[in-house]
Design a protein around this ligand. Structure first.
Ligand code: NAP
Length: 267
């Protein structure tokens, strides 16, 4: 969108028409709980129809019902993103159900807290396959249609641990650091087709994953004390940033890794 006409006057619609997903079709992975569920519900509120993925049927049902209550269409697809077929089938089912995917949110992720020397091959492969390979495979499936329609958004949910390397997160940091560079590569190749790829990099958000790693006060309290905001983030704070990146209000933001960290990486 060109923000000004030749006389230098603003031609953009007002912000309420820019920060909306009305008539948009979105695929959100890992939406059976946590950040993915929150993002799907916020997207539905903003007017998007959805395909959501995960493995846990009960969790997917709950998110699907919440989306439907907002008056939007929602199909849930069970897919194991550790495999090569899982992401491909999820992408194809989304295309079949929605016709196209305007917004791809690669949110599903997994963490195992292990020292590098203690990391098993199984944990390494699961972490790299779900957090890094699946986003690439999903994009390979749905981005050709975005290129055809000359419009699209890819939002990768990374982590501050993809920018810094907290102890015990070696495989996770490698996967998220890779995801950050994958995001830049996506922007480099696809921005010319009016497709914006960006990543968000949160510090601790108290979802199931956040609690798994930081839920014990003995571990969580010193971490909180290091964050200038002196608190962890809320799922809604991640979803709001993802909504902005999915909307046309962010059409000139490409290849960025936006840190949502209460100032942690600034000190
Ligand atoms: P969560 O509560 O553990 O949810 C993870 C989601 O990923 C679930 O919906 C899970 O679905 C899905 N998933 C995991 N393995 C999968 C697999 N093999 N196949 C398909 N789906 C799989 O985690 P969260 O906190 O919402 O995290 C969401 C994203 O944010 C992740 O990428 C995470 O790395 C990132 N992040 C989280 C934090 C945090 O503190 N919470 C901080 C920074 C970044 P099923 O179990 O149904 O398969």
């Amino acid at each position: 969108m060109n923000p000004t006409d030749t006389k230098g006057e603003h031609t953009m619609p007002d912000y309420t028409h820019r920060i909306t997903l009305s008539n948009q079709r979105a695929l959100v992975t890992g939406a059976s709980r946590g950040l993915g569920a929150e993002i799907a519900i916020v997207f539905a509120d903003a007017g998007a129809d959805l395909v959501i993925t995960g493995r846990d049927d009960a969790g997917l049902d709950a998110t699907r019902e919440a989306v439907k209550k907002k008056g939007r269409r929602c199909l849930s697809v069970q897919a194991d993103l550790r495999t090569v077929e899982g992401p491909r089938v999820a992408g194809l089912k989304a295309l079949e159900s929605l016709g196209t995917v305007d917004i791809l949110v690669n949110n599903a992720g997994v963490v195992h807290v292990d020292s590098l020397l203690g990391t098993s091959l199984e944990h390494w492969e699961e972490t790299l396959n779900v957090n890094l390979r699946a986003p690439w495979l999903l994009a390979q499936t749905v981005v050709p249609k975005m290129i055809e329609q000359r419009r699209g958004k890819v939002i990768n949910i990374s982590s501050l641990a993809g920018v810094l390397a907290p102890e015990g997160h070696g495989a996770y940091s490698a996967s998220k650091g890779g995801l950050n560079l994958l995001t830049q590569a996506m922007a480099a190749e696809w921005a010319r087709f009016n497709i914006q790829a960006n990543a968000v990099a949160p510090t601790v958000i108290l979802t199931a994953m956040g609690r798994q790693v930081w839920g014990e006060p003995a571990k969580g309290d010193p971490m909180k004390a290091r964050i200038p905001a002196r608190r962890f983030g809320e799922p809604a704070e991640v979803a709001d940033l993802v909504l902005f990146l999915a909307s046309s209000a962010s059409d000139f933001i490409c290849g960025q890794v936006l840190r949502l960290d209460g100032g942690l990486s600034s000190v």
